[in-house]
Design a protein around this ligand. Structure first.
Ligand SMILES: CC(C)(COP(=O)(O)OP(=O)(O)OC[C@H]1O[C@@H](n2cnc3c(N)ncnc32)[C@H](O)[C@@H]1OP(=O)(O)O)[C@@H](O)C(=O)NCCC(=O)NCCS
Length: 145
């Protein structure tokens, strides 16, 4: 992810998340040295479009998947899985021992993806997220290397 990608990243975020991060927050992550990655789709015209992103922080041997999203028109095609497989491989290479994440309890698609990759739920944080109906629990998941 580069500074010039931030508009496209924030647009994907706004289209996919209930309480989206601001562009400024993505910029802060980029400037703080978090692992910020995008996937680009190359159109027949050769024009490249950012269609997915992920943001991962790491401290010593612990990583945290802070955010991941795929543009609505590109979901369900394996891109989310491909990005996470790559993130796991990179983290393993850097000597990580664990990757943590939080996911809304209603977000069954994302949970299915994480479980199929080997993430396990280890706790629940009650009323963690704002939601249209009030508050919603977070499932806390971890992937142990
Ligand atoms: C969650 C998300 C990143 C997954 O990316 P994706 O590219 O759509 O997912 P993939 O095509 O790689 O699918 C991976 C798995 O997710 C699950 N999944 C994805 N879409 C699904 C759907 N429509 N119905 C059921 N399961 C689905 C399946 O387990 C799927 O496994 P499969 O490959 O065996 O079919 C994407 O849907 C997204 O951006 N959602 C909105 C933002 C979000 O929820 N981010 C996560 C916050 S914690």
């Amino acid at each position: 992810m580069q500074e010039t990608d931030l508009g496209a990243v924030a647009a994907i975020e706004a289209a996919t998340q209930i309480t989206p991060w601001s562009l400024t927050l993505f910029r802060d992550c980029l400037e703080s040295g978090y692992l910020c990655q995008v996937l680009r789709h190359q159109h027949a015209s050769n024009e490249k479009q950012v269609v997915a992103f992920q943001v991962i922080s790491s401290v010593l041997d612990e990583c945290h998947l802070m955010n991941i999203a795929v543009a609505p028109a590109f979901q369900g095609k394996g891109l989310g899985r491909a990005m996470l497989v790559e993130a796991l491989a990179q983290a393993r290479q850097r000597g990580a021992s664990v990757i943590f994440l939080e996911v809304r309890s209603s977000n069954l698609h994302a949970q299915a993806l994480y479980s199929s990759l080997g993430f396990k739920q280890y706790d629940v944080r009650h009323h963690y997220y704002r939601s249209p109906k009030g508050r919603e629990d977070a499932c806390l998941m971890q992937y142990l290397f």
